[in-house]
Design a protein around this ligand. Structure first.
Ligand SMILES: NC(=O)c1ccc[n+]([C@@H]2O[C@H](COP(=O)([O-])OP(=O)(O)OC[C@H]3O[C@@H](n4cnc5c(N)ncnc54)[C@H](OP(=O)(O)O)[C@@H]3O)[C@@H](O)[C@H]2O)c1
Length: 290
């Protein structure tokens, strides 16, 4: 079975490609150079031409704040190119795993969002990803859509890497404590994606690590883990602050916990807690930076 991965240089795509290659699975890695999603007219034919058994679409416009000013580009990449990927997959009679986000929800819930709960994106990025999901379903009703949240890993840019850098540069870090969610390690997301593919799953699923935390508590654990793992740390104080003291162009959901009840029935292993996976990632990061 050949799996084509788009966004192969991003944090999730890279992890997927390396995991497949490590297991000797046939894999086609596609980056922006090979296929530019800002030109969706070329996307369907190119995807169809590869005739892969599965396409895992990890490419996306992910700059949440910049999307507020680059609205058109965000919709082109996240909606129009996603639709074109689905068309290409349909044409070559393959299967599609399309990756989506917790940002399609409004963050005003008091219980974990289920797959079919009402959506209410707060910004351009979330709206473009929601319309991407809808476009994919219109073309390929049997597509597999996996929503995840708070993604971090060894490859690319993310919150953990930012905290590691800042903890090495500053005495004090200020981190918001009124946004709640669940960090998700790319290593665990990839394992879940591969399990869904193996099961030939269809429809919408959600995956994050176990547990719930705030960005502040996540940062505290990152810095503690960084010290333990031997990263340079000078930060002595981590100060919790409200979102209103850290204004950004795009509004974020205050509560962003995704229900994993549905995916639990597919996975034949317990989903790791975010703390456990954070420490595994820090060990890998330490190895990678040696
Ligand atoms: N990051 C998160 O916290 C998070 C949370 C929930 C869901 N997700 C979803 O998870 C998926 C993977 O995200 P990620 O965290 O791996 O993001 P990422 O590291 O930003 O990777 C996204 C990839 O998409 C590629 N891309 C962007 N614009 C493109 C274009 N015009 N043409 C072709 N490729 C383009 C990027 O290429 P370059 O490498 O060339 O820039 C990058 O490799 C996305 O669907 C995202 O919406 C992410």
């Amino acid at each position: 079975m050949t799996i084509l991965v788009t966004g192969a240089n991003g944090q999730l795509g890279r992890e997927m490609v390396l995991a497949l290659q490590a297991d000797g699975e046939p894999c086609i890695a596609i980056g922006r150079k090979e296929l530019d999603f800002s030109r969706p007219d070329q996307v369907a034919d190119t995807i169809a031409g590869y005739a892969a058994d599965w396409v895992v679409n990890c490419a996306a416009y992910t700059q949440v704040d910049k999307a507020e000013e680059e609205r058109e580009l965000a919709f082109t990449v996240n909606r129009d190119a996603a639709r074109a990927v689905a068309k290409g997959v349909k044409c070559s009679d393959g299967r599609l795993l399309h990756v989506s986000t917790d940002f399609i929800f409004g963050g005003d819930s008091s219980y974990p969002y289920k797959e079919d709960d009402t959506t209410n994106p707060l910004g351009v990025y979330g709206q473009s990803k929601l319309e991407g999901e809808q476009a994919v379903r219109e073309v390929l009703p049997e597509a597999l859509i996996l929503r995840t949240a708070w993604v971090y890993g060894v490859h690319g840019h993310n919150f953990v890497k930012t905290m590691l850098r800042l903890a090495a540069e500053r005495d004090e870090l200020r981190v918001v404590d009124d946004q709640i969610g669940t960090p998700s390690w790319t290593g665990d997301i990839v394992k879940a994606m591969r399990a869904l593919v193996k099961e030939n799953a269809s429809g919408t699923f959600q995956f994050t690590n176990e547990g719930v935390t705030s960005w502040y508590d996540f940062a505290v654990e990152i810095v503690a883990g960084a010290k333990q793992a031997g990263f340079p740390v000078i930060a002595e104080t981590i100060r919790p602050i409200p979102t209103k003291d850290f204004p950004l162009p795009a509004k974020r959901p205050a509560y962003s916990v995704l229900s994993k009840e549905k995916i639990r029935h597919v996975l034949d292993y317990p989903i790791p807690h975010w703390r456990e996976s954070l420490h595994a990632m820090l060990e890998s990061e330490k190895e990678a930076t040696k």
